[in-house]
Design a protein around this ligand. Structure first.
Ligand code: ADP
Length: 497
């Protein structure tokens, strides 16, 4: 690990403007219980803040505020254009303070500062602008009926959205949930991840400054089984939107079932990256490296099953290892490409998979253990000769561990790619158009990247097939998560047509 702690980084300074409380009804308040929980710096394992810990009583207060703001507050009754203006101001204010947010994100999560700046914060600004633009373009349809009737649809806000997000992209996950909900006129109670609550709290303050009425966006730091579960089952919540593990997604769906709430889930993945025989190895090695190692592998769409055609296999493995060894591990405030994992649970889990890979007979080509004496740093790791039945090829690792498999026929690789229960994303590398079409049609996944990976765009939907969930984030499709369709029917005096 290079430069374990960059010298100019002072956590207290970075967090100086964050109010470590709950945001309910426009006020930053303590938890009803008075409890707080510690937030750690993943580089040092030191506690950098104590944050108010929401539980069921606070969820109840927050849902009450969101309910009032929806039922009688100004938000839903404002025109879409007015809502869009407030959202655009939120984007502007965030952009003005981008550097502060990027540093908070890196401190909380451990991702390289360069990526927090170039990707996370930039994407959030863009996302709020994009959905600000949708706010005044949400309309229903006029329908042709079989009788002498006038019928049309209204696309109405669903109501109060209860949203639960993970820690891997703290602010971006907030944006993916909150922006389309606000554009539709919903009000929100957001339960942020316990590992990474800080950037969302500062964002909540900006939202108020931008003119978002009190109660429209309520933000609760707290734990899953308490605050999260209470939110997913609360009778005042109309829609539950969750991003996280498949295991917890199932719990959330169960909790929401009591009230027959609308649910959308963006869950885990074990995405296949398929390399065909006709590719340019140099660039594909790099693409597939980034497909897995970006954000330290803490990516639901990480390309974590690398399927290489047998004709290239040996050379690919050699180059992939060389590429992984070039990835520098170290302080995310410095130049390193790989910072610490987010917390000790994640650290232990990833080390466990490294052990399992070795025990199950995969060939460890590089890495395989922790990096440095403290902090949640692990080595970029590559296994070759991985078989589909090994746990490193089956289960979501959520860490910098690349598993490389060999394939020989298209039917075979397609079957193997689809045999996994997840279906979030996939990557295909080939210059052969027929092959690209065949694989992209055949793969059971919500996104197929062809000759690229991890390309995200506000206008392109993202979400899962199979156990990776349902509903789509991003794009026009995300509006469907937050709208009800109402049919209005009335007789006409004269035949319409
Ligand atoms: P990850 O594996 O990315 O940590 P989790 O699925 O464990 O993902 O957590 C994602 C989010 O779900 C977090 O905000 C977490 O607090 C929350 N969560 C965890 N358990 C529950 C639960 N039983 N009910 C509702 N939310 C939960």
């Amino acid at each position: 690990v290079e430069s374990p702690t960059a010298r100019d980084v002072d956590p207290a300074q970075i967090l100086r403007n964050v109010r470590p409380k709950l945001l309910i009804d426009g006020d930053f308040v303590d938890a009803a219980s008075g409890k707080t929980f510690p937030v750690l710096d993943p580089r040092t394992e030191d506690v950098v803040a104590q944050v108010a810990e929401a539980d069921a009583a606070d969820v109840d207060r927050a849902v009450g505020a969101a309910r009032r703001a929806f039922d009688s507050g100004p938000w839903r009754k404002m025109s879409g254009r007015q809502r869009g203006k407030v959202m655009a101001r939120m984007a502007d204010l965030l952009e003005q303070r981008a550097e502060e947010f990027a540093r908070i994100e890196t401190l909380d999560n451990g991702k390289p500062l360069a990526e927090s700046r170039a990707f996370d914060v930039t994407a959030v600004v863009s996302h709020f602008r994009y959905f600000a633009g949708w706010a005044d373009k949400i309309s229903g349809k006029t329908l042709q009926t079989n009788g002498n009737m006038f019928a049309y649809t209204l696309h109405e806000a669903i109501g109060v959205a209860g949203q639960i997000i993970p820690w891997n992209y703290p602010l971006l996950m907030l944006a993916w949930k909150v922006a389309p909900a606000l554009a539709c006129g919903c009000t929100v109670v957001l339960k942020v991840a316990e590992q990474t609550p800080m950037s969302a709290l500062l964002f909540g303050e900006l939202a108020l400054e931008a003119g978002l009425p009190p109660g429209v966006l309520n933000i609760l730091p707290g734990y899953g089984p308490t605050a999260g579960a209470a939110l997913a089952s609360h009778p005042g919540v109309d829609k539950v939107s969750f991003t996280g593990s498949t295991e917890v997604g199932r719990e959330v769906m169960r909790a929401a079932a009591g009230g027959i709430k609308h649910v959308s889930l963006e869950l885990g993945g074990k995405s296949a990256a398929i390399i065909c025989p006709d590719v340019d190895l140099e660039s594909v090695v790099d693409d597939t490296h980034m497909a897995l190692f970006y954000n330290h592998g803490q990516n639901c769409c990480a390309g974590s099953r690398t399927y290489v055609h047998e004709s290239l296999y040996d050379e690919f493995v050699e180059r992939a290892v060389e590429r992984a060894q070039r990835a520098t591990v170290g302080d995310p405030f410095g130049d390193a490409q790989i910072g610490p994992l987010v917390d000790s649970a994640q650290f232990e889990k990833v080390l466990g998979y490294m052990k399992a890979g070795k025990a199950q007979g995969a060939v460890l080509r590089c890495g395989g253990g922790r990096a440095g004496p403290k902090g949640y740093y692990v080595e970029p790791t590559v296994f070759s000769d991985v078989r589909d039945e090994m746990s490193i090829a089956q289960e979501e690792i959520f860490g910098p561990v690349q598993s490389i498999m060999k394939w020989s026929s298209v039917e075979e690789v397609l079957d193997r790619a689809n045999a996994n229960p997840y279906g979030l994303a996939a990557g295909v590398w080939t210059k052969d158009l027929d092959m690209a079409n065949r694989l992209s049609r055949g793969l059971r996944a919500g996104t197929v990247w062809v000759n690229c990976y991890n390309y995200f765009d506000d206008a392109v939907p993202f979400g899962g097939y199979k156990m990776s969930g349902f509903g789509r984030d991003l794009s026009e499709y995300a509006l469907n998560n937050y709208m009800e369709v109402k049919a209005v029917v009335t007789p006409l005096e004269d035949p319409a047509w």
